[in-house]
Design a protein around this ligand. Sequence first.
Ligand code: SAM
Ligand code: SF4
Length: 329
Amino acid sequence: MSKDIKDRFGRDINYLRVSVTDRCNFRCKYCMPTGKFEHICRSDIISYEKLLFAVSVFAELGVKKVRVTGGEPLVRKKIGSFLRQVSDIKGLEEVTLTTNGALLEKFTSDIKAAGIQRVNVSLDSLKPERYKHITGGFNLEKIIDGIKHAQRSGIGPVKTNMVVIKGYNDDEILDFCEFSAENRIITRFIEFMPVGNFSEWKEGNIMYGKEILELIKTKYEVKEIKKQKLSGPAQNYELSNGAMIGIITTLSNHFCNECDKLRLTSDGKLRPCLLSDKEIDLNDALEKQDREALKAAIIEGLNIKDKEHKVLSEKRDDGYKRTMSKIGG
Ligand code: SAM
Ligand code: SF4
């Protein structure tokens, strides 16, 4: 029987984000640095066998929900069979996926076969030219077709993630509220974080959750939805046009006191907090497939998990060691 694990501040930890690769077919402006970018060396990417072993140990300790992410998870070879195997791990209540959507249509049947219902798709603009500019040349129509195909196949609810960048795509917030109602998609608006393309990040580009909500209220009546266990970091709202939306205020109103997450990177590091470079190397225990050593390393990770992040007060000159594509969001 699975137990509940807590960190040193008594928070229940039940959610693991698993990054299967740092490779990506996109080059989103806010996520990856412009210019030369070093990927994790291929030989350091951990095998599916080790990933599955790791997840089974996390599940034994009490993790109930796993989100598969990347880079772009769907570009890793044999991802379909990995999704099925991870979904079979005892103790997990839910496996979900975060993707840029470019390969969603191709992998819909694998996602369905794995029993994955909840899929999040990054979608930062509904304007084809702007979408191309943000992603490094991708076709918006193909992404929307992929989402619709997944929905028709019974996958849902689909959520889209929009990183709101002031002066860049904030003029589309109300369009997304319409899009959301028309397509039965939950749109989540995310505050722009200084992880990834740090040289491009400026505090003046953040549109805080409060401002996003104020803008939405100029057009719609807004009903706050009560948060539920395992419901994720967003504060959700129902709008008078029928749209369901969420706002993720990682920076302005962080939810660190209710953080239930750990992250496993594709090079085998346990990252207890997205916004802290502290990591525990799990490779030794993974190499030996040593359950007890791995549990001990995970517990060490729980003991270094910070109480809360200090992104806005800490003022880092160099951002974080990893880009978001090397963490998984
Ligand atoms: N490639 C997949 C995708 O784009 O959905 C999964 C990995 S991506 C790193 C995970 C999430 O991180 C995406 O929703 C993306 O929008 C978000 N993200 C990346 N860089 C970010 C930043 N600087 N601030 C806020 N969110 C960011
Ligand atoms: Fe790739 Fe996702 Fe980062 Fe965009 S946000 S570059 S799709 S990892």
